[in-house]
Design a protein around this ligand. Structure first.
Ligand SMILES: Nc1ncnc2c1ncn2[C@@H]1O[C@H](COP(=O)(O)OP(=O)(O)OP(=O)(O)O)[C@@H](O)[C@H]1O
Length: 288
């Protein structure tokens, strides 16, 4: 087992305005370099968990909290958001909430966090240029962030997170404003960063994407951890849909082939191996 970079210990949280707890006794560990996904029905607590990992709980959202979130040895509850931001970058569902609202241009918005870190002006400009090209926003660097479309703001939010070169990225349904092609383009960048060693924690509704990316999956159900395992075990469990989550199409197809005894292979969760299985079955049908 690799080094544990993030640990959640018996964590519970209730927003001040609500009666029910949004998270109940959640415990898990994330290994450095892993791609860790969080899935669950609407309202199951995914965003609340992401907020706790990024330190927005308890520093921004108030309520009743117990248990601990430990990020690379630091207790999130006892350190500041500024300290945590040295280690964690996040992109949230609503990118407009992530704008600084003090920057006059996209370039200033991207450089905002670097300014707080005392990075030299030359270095800042180099980094802004690199990240803006990566996120394909180099043509809007002089625009006011408040005049951008949702998709552009989402790209700026990603750029602002990437520019800080965090060890951990927390992504909460972070491509809601992008079209499918834009969304895939950004996930290719996220996967590339993950390959280079960045730990990714991602809440997402797209089960194909989760199955393709995740090393481990946490299933939340009404604020509780309903399951925690590798993708093949999670999606291979016939009971998984009872927790309010969908399964990738590839699992449905390969499970049907297995149940109807067209194959004795195990279910597949990803596109490539699932297509291979369907081909094998078709070839065998042709021979018979
Ligand atoms: N800022 C908030 N103030 C009060 N209650 C909140 C707040 N944010 C979330 N909640 C409540 O906490 C519970 C968990 O919500 P949360 O947004 O974490 O779930 P989710 O799994 O991310 O849902 P979705 O998939 O719809 O984004 C819900 O009952 C929700 O109403």
């Amino acid at each position: 087992m690799g080094r544990i970079i993030l640990e959640v210990k018996d964590f519970s949280f209730k927003y001040r305005q609500t009666k029910q707890k949004a998270l109940k006794n959640i415990s898990f560990q994330v290994e450095e370099g892993n791609f860790f996904c969080v899935i669950g029905a609407n309202g199951s607590g995914k965003s609340t968990l992401c907020s706790a990992l990024a330190g927005l709980i308890p520093h921004y959202f108030t309520g009743k909290m117990s248990g601990r979130v430990i990020v690379d040895g630091i207790s999130a509850g006892e350190s500041t958001i500024a300290e945590l931001s040295q280690k964690i970058g996040f992109v949230f569902q609503n990118p407009f909430n992530q704008l600084s609202y003090t920057a006059g241009t996209v370039a200033e918005e991207l450089a905002y966090g670097l300014g707080n870190r005392g990075v030299s002006r030359r270095m800042m400009m180099e980094k802004v240029e690199f990240v803006s090209k990566l996120m394909r926003i180099d043509h809007i660097l002089d625009k006011n962030p408040l005049e951008l479309s949702g998709g552009q703001v989402q790209r700026v939010a990603f750029g602002s997170a990437f520019i800080m070169e965090p060890e951990i990225l927390v992504l909460d349904e972070c491509t809601t404003q992008l079209d499918p092609a834009g969304s895939e383009e950004i996930f290719d960048i996220v996967k590339e960063l993950n390959k280079k060693g960045v730990t990714v924690i991602m809440a997402d509704h797209d089960m194909e994407r989760v199955a393709r990316c995740a090393d481990k999956i946490l299933v939340l159900e009404k604020g509780r951890a309903a399951a925690l395992d590798e993708p093949k075990k999670i999606f291979g469990d016939p009971e998984i849909m009872q927790h309010g989550v969908g399964i990738p199409d590839y699992v449905e197809i390969t499970r049907a082939l297995k149940e109807k005894q067209y194959t004795d292979r195990d279910i597949e969760i990803a596109e490539g191996p699932a297509i291979e299985m369907v081909r094998e079955v078709l070839d065998r049908c042709k021979l018979n």
